[in-house]
Design a protein around this ligand. Structure first.
Ligand SMILES: [Zn+2]
Length: 151
């Protein structure tokens, strides 16, 4: 099983939640994108969210959250997943079998690491969230692998 998934979502009811809120639907060009996100995110968050960094997974800094709530994009606040669809996939990594709102995600076929995988991104801001696999026994047949950073 491949665990090379990283993401950046936060829990709404987290005490650490405080606001990075971009205005919705405001696509940025590459240069603006870099500048804006570098100001708003920690270097670690920037690496994962905007450059699709994966090393974070192996630093032990991800946060496997067990609290109830709605998970949002750390970059723009977009509603992504609900804890009701969170389950233990046996991998030790946060997994969801359905998104909160499918229209808030966008998907991109990714050919890398000698694999074809479906990347999941925030539809609003393009943040890299993780990957989705089609081998889950839940009703949707989908398994969204993401990891969660507490803010
Ligand atoms: Zn977003």
């Amino acid at each position: 099983m491949n665990l090379e998934i990283s993401s950046n979502i936060y829990l709404e009811n987290s005490i650490l939640m405080s606001g990075i809120r971009e205005s919705r639907r405001s696509p940025l060009n590459d240069r603006q994108d870099k500048k804006v996100w570098k100001e708003k995110l920690t270097p670690e968050q920037y690496e994962v969210c905007r450059l699709k960094g994966t090393e974070l997974l192996f630093t032990g800094k991800y946060w496997d959250c067990k609290e109830d709530g709605v998970y949002h994009c750390i970059c723009c606040g977009n509603e992504l997943f609900d804890s009701e669809t969170k389950f233990d996939s046996g991998t030790g990594w946060p997994s969801f079998w359905a998104p909160a709102k499918i229209q808030n995600l966008k998907f991109a076929l990714e050919n890398s690491h000698r694999m074809r995988r479906m990347e999941v991104q925030c539809d609003n801001c393009g943040t890299h969230l993780g990957h989705v696999f089609n081998d889950d026994p839940h009703p949707t047949g989908k398994r969204y692998f993401v990891s969660i950073l507490r803010r």
